[in-house]
Each structure stands twice: as C-alpha cells, then as structure tokens.
Design a protein around this ligand. Structure first.
Ligand code: CNA
Length: 253
C-alpha cells in the first residue's frame, strides 16, 4: 500500500490538504475527541462550564470569557513547534505541489512552519476585535494577556475576542467560495481530523469522492470508506515513512 501512496505523491502536482487538531497533538496541543482530548477534560478543568462546547459559545463567552482565555494559553503556546507533518506540508509547497491547505486548527502552527497557501477556516488568534467597539487588534497587541491566561480589554473597556470562529458564527467568506468551487486538484490529503465538524468536514469529504484521496487519522472516521486510502497511524510516523521515500536524503529530526 505504501508504494502506491508514494506513487500518488510523486505524480501529484496539485494537492489539497485538509488538517485537523490531530496534526498538532504531537506538538503538545490536545485535540477535542481523542480519549484524552479536551472534551473529556474541560468539565473537570472548568467547574462552571455547562457543557464542553460552551467554551467556544459566544453567549457563554460574553458572560464568562475566563475559561476560553485560560484554554487559549495552551493552544497558542509559544513553546509549541510545528510537527514533522506541518513541515512536510510546507516542504510539499516548496516543491510546487500544493494547490491549497485548509486547516480547522487555530494554533498558528501551519504559519509557523512557513506555509503560505493556507486558509484557517475556523479563524485565527493572529487577529482580534473588541466585542463592543469592533476595534482591530493583532496577536502581538494582546499576547501578554493571552499568554498569561488573562482577559484582554480594549481602550473602551470591552472584551477583545480573538478572531476564532465560535459555534453559531459564520466561517470566513473565502471558505464558502472554495467549498462551492475548489481549486483544481489531483490528490486530497486529510490529516488528523475526526471529520465531525461541519461545514469544514464536508469540504474534505466532497473532494475525497472525486479525486484520489488519503486520510491519515489514528481513529476510524465515519467517512473512511470514501477515501482511496484510510490509514490509522500516527501522523508523524506516516510522514516520516512517506517523506523519506520522496526525498531520499531526508533525515528525520
Ligand atoms: P477532533 O475532532 O478532536 O479530531 C482529531 C482527530 O485526530 C481524532 O480523530 C484523533 O484520532 C486524531 N489524532 C489525534 N492525534 C493524532 C496523531 N498523532 N496522529 C494521527 N491522528 C491523530 O478535531 P478536528 O480537527 O476534527 O475537529 C475540529 C475542531 C477541533 C476545530 O474546530 C478546531 O478548531 C478544534 N481544535 C483545534 C486545535 C488546534 O488548533 N490545535 C486543538 C483542539 C481543537
């Protein structure tokens, strides 16, 4: 099977990559739905949280933003370094093989790996807005508060909310445009997603039905059967195997 996967990568010139929280677990950032994921631990960590998803609920945030900012300290930790898989995707781009990367992740690690063609469909911490007066802030404007787990406040007194897409909020307009008309592609690679969060997951699932497709995820998903190859393996182990074949002088770090 691996030799066929290597051939797919060698032939591909226009790869669409779709990533989820599983690509960052080896960087020390927990995902949501793994056995030790955030959904199991949030209720223990924040007694007041009525249900796990409330931490990304706008109504709850307006009343009690403290859990979100405490959790954010972990997600945008400056100590987290891009994984081998993040670097692999950036390398594929440098080889001219990437049409587009869509990530559900909010941890900024694709950017830190040097990747350019990435759409963060669930938003980003790199920018933020005051909930009261809508003043724009960069991550650097509020990073002292963010990294201390404190609530950043605007000059007007309002709470500054990072531009993360909360439940009930629209995804970036560009995502809907790409959903309706994805770029031409010859391979779709999905890494580290349970494919349960819509509409993001639908973007990858639709593509997987029409072009050669590879899913790499520790646990099975409901959509494994739609992929040409569904591989249940650690992402960085998969990456190491594939990258070392594609670039024989590659030395894993
Ligand atoms: P999810 O539902 O938590 O699924 C993650 C999947 O990754 C699981 O099915 C795991 O089996 C798999 N996985 C975990 N570690 C590995 C590994 N090392 N190798 C292979 N597979 C692994 O997360 P999704 O991304 O599917 O759900 C979308 C949510 C999660 C988005 O809204 C994100 O914003 C949100 N999220 C993001 C981060 C982040 O930015 N790093 C962290 C936690 C949650």
């Amino acid at each position: 099977m691996y030799s066929d996967i290597i051939k797919l990568f060698q032939a591909a010139q226009k790869i669409i990559v779709f990533t989820g929280a599983g690509i960052s677990t080896n960087c020390g950032i927990p995902d949501f739905r793994s056995p030790n994921g955030l959904y199991r631990t949030l209720k223990q960590r924040y007694n007041d949280l009525p249900y796990p998803e409330a931490i990304f609920d706008l109504g709850y945030f307006q009343e009690n933003p403290a859990p979100f900012f405490d959790l954010s300290r972990d997600i945008c930790s400056q100590n987290a370094e891009p994984s081998l898989a993040h670097k692999f995707i950036a390398w594929l781009e440098s080889e001219g093989k990437i049409a587009l990367v869509v990530t559900q992740n909010i941890d900024m690690l694709h950017h830190r790996s040097g990747l350019k063609k990435v759409l963060e469909c669930h938003g980003t911490y790199r920018s933020a807005h005051c909930l009261s007066c809508r003043k724009y802030y960069t991550f650097e404007d509020i990073d002292d508060d963010m990294l201390a787990g404190e609530i950043p406040h605007c000059d007007c007194g309002g709470i500054i909310k990072p531009d993360i897409v909360f439940f009930g909020e629209a995804l970036p307009q560009r995502f809907y445009e790409l959903y309706a008309k994805p770029p031409d592609a010859d391979l779709v690679l999905v890494m580290g997603s349970s494919l349960t969060v819509e509409p993001a997951a639908g973007f990858a699932v639709n593509l997987a039905q029409n072009i050669p497709s590879i899913l790499v995820n520790l646990e099975p998903t409901h959509y494994d059967g739609l992929f040409t190859y569904a591989i249940h393996q650690d992402i960085d182990m998969f990456t190491q195997q594939v990258w070392s074949e594609l670039q024989p002088d590659f030395l894993p770090q």
